[in-house]
Ligand binder design. Structure first.
Ligand SMILES: [Zn+2]
Length: 89
């Protein structure tokens, strides 16, 4: 059975392969973990524009406590790229 994870924005639980996984490196830079195999604590978010926008808003308003040690600005950049990727598909 595939592990179940929870979206950081909408809290929906589903198979982790259905999410984007984001981790932070030692310099607190956010990285999209495309293969979901980086051995580091990660956050999961739906491949959904709404969830990405909601997370961006929460970060900008400082309204979310992230479980990974990541620089906000770097995370926002990754989210921006993910949002564009979704539009293209
Ligand atoms: Zn979600």
């Amino acid at each position: 059975m595939e592990p179940i994870r929870c979206c950081i924005a909408c809290k929906t639980r589903k198979n982790k392969k259905e999410f984007f996984r984001i981790v932070a490196d030692n310099e607190k830079n956010a990285i999209l973990d495309k293969n979901q195999n980086i051995n580091s604590r990660g956050i999961y978010i739906c491949k959904d524009k709404k969830c990405i926008d909601n997370l961006k808003k929460a970060i900008n308003k400082n309204k979310i406590k992230l479980k990974i040690n990541v620089d906000d600005r770097s995370l926002l950049e990754v989210l921006e790229e993910l949002g564009e990727e979704i539009w293209e598909n």
